[in-house]
Design a protein around this ligand. Structure first.
Ligand code: SF4
Ligand code: SF4
Length: 390
């Protein structure tokens, strides 16, 4: 829906400021607002900007685009907003981005990201035939119609070195659990979620349609995703384009495998762990329990919570393309660094994540904070792998 069709919705914002609680005591929830500190970067400020653009009291110009693109679409403000406006917030942010894009008001980093995705089908400029390299040396095989699940890995798990390790751990754990699955390898394409959230609906549809056609050709019915971003877009956007697949996130599959005794965490994991809720698994999908159930089933693992958890979790700063374009990086107020300090204060030795983007954002933050000797970031799949010897 274009921005001009949101006029009535924008009037619902009461400018109450609930979405911009001040942030020195872990109450604030907006990573963009926390990073920059000005009203414009919080949801309330964005509502004012949108209203002024529609009323002609503000010009479409690069400073507007700069604010518009420094949002991770984490949904924190939606959680805080007490009025009906909450149902329209993220659609309005998307409409703002789409219009910026139409007017060529995008940063060079966003432009480069979208052009690379269009030209190469991934943000790494990597050849497509290397997409399944992470599985080399494992017993993971190509998907066939006899498999129950397609294991969809996504771009970070396919090309980012740390993401590839996580993809491999999960592949080995799924094998150990006796899950019937296969991968697409070089036939897998980018899920398109980040293109969509940066306002490029056309590129999103191009990428998603290619995946959907592959799913249909191979008779895929169920997809288990490594990334919550893939999970989100396959649940909410792919059906609109004709996909008839059921998507689940891998933590849900591991929770069930552990409960059924198909995985035995016999080695345990004797460390204090805190779990960072990924925004696109937690707030966007309402799945807060699966990863916690997995972690709690591992002998010796001491699970502690950060002050901001579940619906109030603080974003790592990587959502909506920011993982690639780094629009919130660069200072000690960067969301990942704030989150790591929060994790450290729990006394945890390990931050568990269930998203390859969160993994990289938080590992970079650990290095920036100089805490490499004191805290590690591990994916839930890696913790299960270690505890089961998979
Ligand atoms: S977005 Fe919601 S919480 Fe924020 S100022 Fe508007 S009404 Fe208040
Ligand atoms: S979606 Fe997240 S980053 Fe964007 S304005 Fe809301 S709280 Fe801030």
């Amino acid at each position: 829906m274009p921005l001009q069709d949101h006029r009535e919705h924008l009037r619902l914002c009461r400018l109450c400021g609930n979405c911009r609680q001040a942030g020195t005591t872990y109450r604030a929830i907006c990573p963009a607002g926390e990073r920059f500190g000005f009203d414009a970067y919080y949801s309330r400020g964005r509502a004012i900007i949108a209203q002024k653009l529609l009323d002609g009291r503000l010009d479409w110009a690069m400073p507007v685009a700069d604010v518009v693109y420094r949002c991770t679409m984490c949904g924190g403000c939606v959680e805080q907003c007490p009025v009906e406006y909450r149902d329209h917030i993220l659609e309005i942010f998307l409409a703002l981005r789409a219009e910026c894009l139409d007017r060529s008001l995008i940063s060079s980093a966003v432009k480069r990201f979208l052009e690379t995705l269009y030209a190469y089908g991934n943000p790494w400029k990597a050849p497509r035939e290397h997409r399944g390299d992470w599985a080399t040396g494992t017993a993971v095989t190509r998907y066939t119609p006899a498999d129950e699940f397609l294991y969809y890995v996504g771009c970070v798990g396919s090309y980012d070195p740390r993401g590839m390790q996580v993809a491999r751990s999960l592949g080995e754990v799924l094998l150990a659990a006796g899950v019937s699955f296969g991968i697409l390898g070089s036939e897998e394409g980018c899920d398109g979620n980040e293109a969509r959230l940066l306002g490029e609906a056309g590129l999103f549809e191009y990428l998603a349609t290619e995946n959907i056609q592959t799913f249909q050709r191979l008779g895929v019915r169920r997809v288990v995703t490594l990334s919550p971003h893939s999970y989100h877009v396959m649940r909410h956007e792919y059906p609109r384009l004709g996909a008839g697949v059921e998507a689940i996130h891998y933590t849900q599959l591991l929770r069930d495998a552990l409960a059924a005794g198909r995985l035995n965490p016999v080695r345990g994991f004797r460390r204090r762990v805190t779990y960072h809720d990924p925004c696109f698994l937690g707030r966007h999908a309402g799945e807060y329990d699966a990863a916690r159930a997995v972690l709690q089933s591992i002998p010796g693992l001491d699970l502690v919570e950060m002050p901001r958890n579940r619906a109030n979790a603080f974003c790592c700063g990587g959502g909506a393309g920011n993982f690639y374009v780094g629009a919130l990086d660069g200072t000690e107020r960067s969301p990942g660094r704030i989150r790591i300090r929060e994790a450290r204060e729990t006394g945890a030795e390990v931050v568990a994540v269930a998203c390859p983007s969160c993994m990289t954002m938080l590992e970079d933050a650990v290095k920036a904070e100089g805490l490499e000797e004191r805290i590690a970031v591990k994916d839930v799949a890696e913790i299960v792998s270690e505890s089961t010897g998979a």
